[in-house]
Design a protein around this ligand. Structure first.
Ligand code: AHR
Length: 503
């Protein structure tokens, strides 16, 4: 067995963890809405047509906020289509995903769903085909109490109280050529600034996310952030980051190292924000919204076939990645990375939530089940609360094609308000179990409060409707503590959540 050390000090903190880092995303795409959260003919449907089995899985997952309604979809979306009597709402061709959007579920229905799921809405406006005027109008519709054209329209449409959306995205991935209404950094920065001013004049309590690059691999990454922030820095509150990872060649060690790229991406964007702050002699600090992150590649070939056969149909089964065990390990490391950067990352959305690159899958008319990636997210959301600790990890390292000095043991720790310490650990080693010594001496008397772990000898193992718990967490042996140091046994290729409470 190999050895590693983790050193923690209760006074050595990164920062408060904003619970919104455990947010997710539902786009009008594929079967996320129709056949995912909404299926009126399903035996589990409630009075509004929402699947109760899906709501239960979302609540158990712990999702404080859901980004909506897109994604690429939003860049051609007219918000007015999604309100008023359902029978009067238009059917529109969605040029982002080559389907037909029926608008059966719109803003009011989604607000009802989020209430049932225990979440808030993070709402994206269209800065692709539309502009500041429509951005102003939707804030007035959603948040203004009454006595104006759009607030009164909301009341007429059945909702007296404002929906009260606090966090808004100023468009989506506006640097991408695939985006309807793609813009240069300067064009986008100008549009975002004018939209931001008008939206905040309607409701000064809202917060706004400016679009960063759609990936760190974009050729314009870096210059996009600098140029667009030059235009809108003072009027926005966060910059977005998006990143999806793939393992098409079956290189597990290389794949599991990708969280290091995520960490680098976060630090680069934070540095750019601070550079613009310096350039502008500003007192305003911009934080980060990592509002799309996940593994995404399994379904890409299948999607091409679907579009060949079925273009423009409603609720096509698009982006239905079936996640395996190694995906869960990388998702675990990505969560560790978000917590480790809790001082700057205040919002993060696992993309997405149901059926579309999602932790939750459903069958139309059938069951709902948790994919492998569901579990690390659920554990992080449940136990990764309070304060992120600066976690010193002394681990053997390896090298792979894209990274050097990748620690086999990836870890971060948190301490919550009751003094409970949680240590999250991913063991990236393909063959070796580890004995990890966790130095907890500065916390006083602690006793073990459980060790949850996930290990599978088959990195390609998946969960299905027939076998929904093929990859699922187990309870491990509680670690022993001697003189303030705990010894935790961590299996090779595993996700671990080790908890300690006040003795
Ligand atoms: O999450 C799927 C898509 O990925 C989103 O619509 C888009 O923003 C990103 O490219």
């Amino acid at each position: 067995m190999k050895r590693s050390r983790i050193i923690l000090d209760r006074d050595f903190t990164v920062g408060e963890i904003d619970e919104r880092i455990y947010s997710s995303f539902i786009e009008h795409l594929g079967r996320a809405v129709y056949g995912g959260i909404y299926e009126p003919s399903h035996p589990e449907a409630d009075e509004l047509g929402f699947r109760k089995d899906v709501i239960k899985l979302v609540k158990d997952l712990g999702v404080p906020m859901v980004r909506y309604p897109g994604g690429n979809f939003v860049s051609g979306f007219n918000w007015e289509d999604s309100v008023g009597p359902v029978e009067d709402r238009p059917k529109r061709l969605d040029l982002a995903w080559f389907t037909t959007e029926t608008n059966e579920v719109g803003l009011h229905e989604f607000a009802e769903w989020t209430k049932k799921a225990g979440s808030d809405i993070m709402y994206a406006i269209n800065l692709g085909t539309r502009g500041p005027e429509q951005a102003r109008d939707i804030v007035e519709y959603a948040n203004h109490p009454s006595g104006s054209r759009f607030s009164d329209l909301r009341i007429k449409n059945g909702r007296k109280d404002p929906i009260g959306i606090k966090l808004w995205c100023l468009g989506n991935e506006m640097d991408g050529p695939w985006q309807m209404g793609q813009k240069t950094a300067k064009e986008y920065g100008r549009a975002a600034n004018e939209a931001a001013k008008m939206m905040k004049w309607v409701d000064p309590d809202i917060e706004l996310v400016a679009c960063g690059s759609s990936s760190s691999e974009m050729p314009t990454f870096g210059s996009w952030e600098m140029e667009m922030l030059d235009e809108c820095y003072e009027n926005v509150d966060y910059v977005s980051l998006h990143r999806y990872y793939e393992n098409p060649t079956g290189d597990t060690p290389g794949f599991l190292a990708r969280a290091m790229d995520m960490d680098d991406f976060i630090k680069s964007v934070a540095s750019i924000c601070d550079a613009i702050k310096g350039k502008k002699h500003s007192k305003h600090v911009l934080n980060l919204s990592f509002d799309e992150w996940n593994v995404w590649y399994h379904s890409k070939e299948q999607d091409k076939e679907i579009w060949k056969q079925d273009k423009w149909n409603r609720a096509l089964p698009l982006l239905e990645d079936v996640y395996n065990f190694e995906d869960a390990l990388l998702v675990g490391s990505m969560l560790i990375t978000l917590i480790r950067n809790a001082d700057r990352v205040k919002v993060a959305c696992l993309a997405q939530l149901v059926n579309v690159i999602a932790p939750i899958m459903t069958r139309n008319g059938g069951g709902a089940w948790a994919q492998t990636i569901y579990y690390p997210f659920m554990h992080a959301s449940k136990y990764g609360r309070g304060t992120a600790l600066n976690t010193i990890v002394d681990s053997p390292v390896y090298s792979c094609e894209d990274f050097e000095n990748v620690p086999y043991i990836d870890s971060v720790a948190t301490v919550d308000d009751s003094g409970e310490v949680t240590v999250f650990i991913v063991n990236r080693d393909m063959t070796e179990d580890y004995e990890v010594e966790v130095d907890l001496r500065s916390f006083g008397d602690l006793s073990p409060d459980g060790h949850i772990y996930m290990h599978n000898d088959d990195v390609k193992a998946v969960n299905t409707e027939e076998s929904p718990f093929n990859v699922a967490p187990s309870e491990g042996a509680a670690p022993e503590i001697h003189e303030g140091k705990a010894l935790v046994r961590v299996p090779h290729l595993s996700w671990n959540v080790v908890r300690f409470k006040k003795a």
